[in-house]
Design a protein around this ligand. Structure first.
Ligand code: ZN
Length: 148
């Protein structure tokens, strides 16, 4: 598969200016895949936090508002709370794991941008083009070691 085919296959658009080689494109799309998984995991952690907070609050407050059935509802809520904790710990671990993965790949790509991103000997715009592409299409910055 040639580079242009690869780029089209991945995005369905023309990206021939963004990557100097298939290898760099593959590295970037590997990073991008992990990055998207990480963003999703972060979202799940956030949802888990909200669910935990909500269930905990309801379990604590409902006996005050509904004295008759409150204790029973409270117990059910506590069981759900325990299940939610398990979910939260799972996604949290996954997010941490992906965070490390994504940062290693980001660091690797940033390093490539510093030295040897392309094979040109004369001054070229490969690095600029790539930075612009990542920022414009995915809002990912390779200007510093920082990743959101
Ligand atoms: Zn170049």
């Amino acid at each position: 598969m040639s580079f242009c085919q690869f780029a089209q296959y991945k995005t369905g658009e023309r990206l021939d200016q963004a990557f100097p080689s298939v290898r760099m494109a593959q590295l970037f799309y590997e990073f991008l895949g992990r990055y998207k998984e990480w963003r999703l995991a972060k979202l799940q952690v956030m949802i888990g936090t909200v669910i935990l907070f909500f269930l905990g609050l309801v379990a604590l407050l409902i006996p005050w508002f509904l004295p008759r059935v409150g204790v029973f509802v409270s117990l059910v809520m506590l069981i759900l709370f325990c299940l939610a904790i398990r979910y939260y710990l799972e996604v949290n671990e996954r997010a941490s794991h992906l965070y490390i993965n994504v940062h290693i790949l980001h660091h690797h790509l940033s390093g490539k941008l510093e030295v040897g991103f392309c094979d040109h000997h004369e001054p070229c715009h490969c690095v600029e083009n790539f930075r612009g592409f990542a920022l414009q299409h995915y809002r990912i910055s390779f200007d510093n070691g920082f990743l959101r």
